[in-house]
Write a protein that binds this ligand. Structure first.
Ligand code: NDP
Ligand code: 8X3
Length: 256
């Protein structure tokens, strides 16, 4: 029997790459995001390439009632979710804490922390009932260290680390695994969103380095979820070779 994985934020970047890799590895997929057209295109691709079975749920993770009704609408056999990948997330804006925009803060806190909580609150009880399951929470290097102008984003990812650690302990008696994966710079739509559509500024983030790509993170997720039953990868930090910390990035001077 195929395993079922639910991926939030499957419409782009890490979520889309993970959808491809898990489909190629025989998983049935529940794909979620707000952009329905992208979900439909992704399903067509995965079905044509890998004959993958997909179920699409288009909703905003920041809306608790939408999360609940969308997940409740799953047919019974699709509720037996083996892997929940809480990946949907974003950074919006870069500014000092005393100068930041409240709307940016709300979006980051609502998506990265509350969205993850709403998803978890619905899916984990199903896992507990079956005494089986695996939750992967996508954190960030920003969940390990804070950097100026990113205080609120870093705060949300530190919260992901803290919440995940508590979940890991709470779920021990149920055999449900919890792991966090904390990437450094990944070339996705992340910076385009952070800089609110200023694509030139977004491009500069990756200038002169080979950053991580979404496929690198997908491979790592696949590794985490395919360990033997007695092994749990609790917390994994992954960075591009050219990055040593949030602020230490070695850029090739010739390509800057
Ligand atoms: P992308 O911008 O490429 O993808 C983000 C995904 O999140 C999209 O599929 C988007 O879907 C979804 N999303 C955002 N807001 C919502 C929402 N309110 N409801 C539902 N889905 C939402 O970025 P990445 O792939 O890079 O980001 C994925 C995760 O990885 C995030 O949690 C991010 O913080 C984390 N991360 C990224 C790093 C990077 O450098 N790129 C490094 C470390 C961590 P849609 O717009 O269709 O709703
Ligand atoms: C994204 C990585 O370093 O831009 O989570 O915060 S970073």
């Amino acid at each position: 029997m195929s395993k079922i994985a639910l991926i939030t934020g499957a419409t782009s970047g890490i979520g889309a790459a993970t959808s491809h890799l898990l489909a190629a590895n025989g998983y049935d997929l529940i794909l979620t995001g707000r952009r329905n057209k992208r979900l439909v295109e992704l399903e067509h691709e995965l079905s044509a390439k890998y004959k993958a079975k997909c179920l699409l749920l288009c909703f905003d993770v920041t809306k608790p009632e939408k999360v609940q009704t969308s997940l409740d609408s799953l047919p019974g056999n699709w509720k037996a979710i083996d892997v929940l990948i809480n990946n949907a997330g974003l950074a919006v804006g870069m500014d000092t804490v005393d100068n930041g925009e409240i709307d940016d803060w709300e979006r980051m806190i609502d998506t990265n922390i509350k969205g993850l909580l709403y998803m978890t609150r619905t899916v984990v009880p199903w896992m507990k009932e079956r005494k089986s399951g695996h939750v992967i929470n996508i954190s960030s290097l920003a969940g390990k260290e804070s950097y100026p102008m990113g205080g609120v984003y870093c705060g949300t990812k530190h919260a992901v680390q803290a919440i995940s650690h508590a979940m890991r302990i709470e779920l021990l008696p149920y055999g449900v695994k919890v792991g966090t994966l904390a990437p450094g710079m990944v070339n996705s739509e992340f910076s385009n969103v952070r800089f609110k559509g200023d694509d030139e500024r977004a491009l500069k983030v990756y200038k002169g380095i080979t950053p991580l790509y979404p496929a690198d993170i997908a491979e790592t997720i696949l590794f985490m979820i395919t360990r033997p039953a007695h092994v749990n990868i609790d917390d994994l930090l992954i960075m591009a070779t050219a990055q040593g910390s949030a602020r230490d990035v070695f850029r090739n001077p010739e390509s800057i």
